[in-house]
Design a protein around this ligand. Structure first.
Ligand code: MLT
Length: 408
């Protein structure tokens, strides 16, 4: 009899977004006439930038010729894309990151889960609460946690609460940890980290031989020139951090799939026997064995993000979504709600009104305004009493959703 991975049975209910989809489906089946507006999952809605489309079209044509055909590519990504990334996203900001340290992939969700393959089972792990659920669930699946308690918190994880009370800034762990997940601009709260705050984390990690898994999938939404986009803008981060980046949200690649992970050379962990081992080599080995790379066509599309036209088009896309975020903030504040985030991030984090918890507010908005958001409690126990709206939608839908909410 084949055995299953028992760790999966520890997972609480469904993954948050399928659970929301299930509830919305039940509602729309019961009310087929309702025009539901989805501001729940952070999925982009606007067309792919022309520069990316053109580059992909050219790549498709090339694939139809003997000279331009590409079979398996390098598992790490094509050198021309890795070089463009290193130059534009890192070296231009003064970060010491080389093309060799960039691993192109099909998504940050995959990479931030897969990274556990190269990390030991005994690590003490810290996550913020609320948190992007993938960090927690992937650890549960890999058997790195205990059981969940009644509040949905797993044994063996150190939770760092981020709420209005601490300005959505995670406190440093009180107990020693080895692995720390950070996400800035933050999903779900929309909070950002200052240089000083990131420096505290880097200093902590260096002092405790800890590794930071830094998710910067939303860095392109930062407009304040004082704020860091990459953890490698902080001195010492090369010795304690891996960074995840994505083309999903800046260039609309959620359905096209392209992302990358930075693993600096010289960044080490230790074996069970205490010997240092370079993580770059382990990740390179992992990717070469379990991954066959992103398609040539898609990588050509991603490369076009860095062309002058691509840069301009991506800036316009981001500007568009950030205007949505500003509208959501303004209208919800006018409706008397307390709102956070949405200024350097595409998510607005809302305090639920008196008397409604996160799922209560979800049901209220779905039933009364036919608007879908994401209950804060789905991101962790400390998210209870909060609610997330995504700025990824058409202007017409955002305007209409806000009109309906204000009319409640
Ligand atoms: C979200 O809504 O939090 C995002 O869509 C998650 C993701 O990008 O995987």
């Amino acid at each position: 009899m084949v055995q299953v991975n028992d760790s999966y049975l520890r997972l609480k209910a469904g993954y948050l977004f399928p659970e929301i989809a299930r509830r919305v489906k039940a509602f729309t089946e019961a009310h087929p006439e309702a025009a539901v507006i989805r501001l729940g999952i952070g999925d982009v809605t606007e067309p792919l930038p022309a520069a990316c489309r053109q580059a992909m079209q050219q790549a498709i044509e090339a694939m139809g010729t003997r000279e331009g055909f590409h079979g398996y590519g390098p598992e790490q990504g094509y050198a021309w894309l890795r070089e463009a990334i290193a130059r534009h996203d890192f070296q231009a900001r003064g970060c010491d990151v080389s093309a060799e340290e960039i691993f192109v992939s099909d998504g940050s969700k995959c990479d931030s889960s897969n990274i556990l393959d190269i990390l030991g089972a005994g690590n003490r792990i810290a996550v913020t609460d609320p948190v992007y659920p993938v960090y927690v669930d992937s650890n549960v699946m890999a058997g790195r946690t205990g059981d969940a308690d009644g509040g949905g918190r797993y044994g063996g994880l150190t939770y760092l609460p981020i709420t209005a009370a601490n300005g959505f800034v995670a406190p440093l762990p009180e107990e020693p940890v080895d692995l720390i997940y950070l996400c800035f601009p933050n999903n779900p709260t929309g909070a950002v980290a200052t240089r000083e705050q990131l420096k505290q984390w880097v200093d902590y990690a260096l002092a405790n031989n800890a590794l930071i898994l830094f998710d910067a999938a939303y860095e392109a939404f930062i407009s304040d020139p004082e704020l860091p986009h990459s953890i490698y803008e902080i001195e010492g981060a090369r010795r304690c951090a891996i960074e995840f980046r994505s083309f999903s949200k800046n260039a609309g690649f959620t359905g096209t799939r392209c992302a990358f992970t930075v693993v600096p050379r010289g960044l080490t962990g230790t074996t069970a026997a205490g010997e240092p081992v370079e993580l770059w080599g382990l990740w390179n080995r992992r990717q070469s064995t379990k991954f066959n790379g992103v398609s040539y066509i898609v990588q050509r599309g991603a490369e076009a993000v860095y062309s002058p036209e691509g840069q301009e088009q991506v800036r316009a896309l981001i500007g568009f979504y950030m205007e949505n975020a500003a509208i959501i903030r303004r209208e919800l504040e006018a409706a008397g709600l307390q709102v956070y985030g949405g200024q350097q991030a595409p998510y607005v984090w809302i305090k639920t009104p008196e008397g409604l918890d996160s799922w209560g507010f979800f049901d209220h908005l779905l039933n009364q305004a036919h608007v879908v958001g994401t209950p804060g409690s789905g991101f962790g126990a400390a998210g209870e009493g909060y609610f997330r709206l995504s700025a990824f939608n058409s202007r017409a839908n955002v305007d209409e959703a806000m009109r309906r909410i204000r009319a409640l």
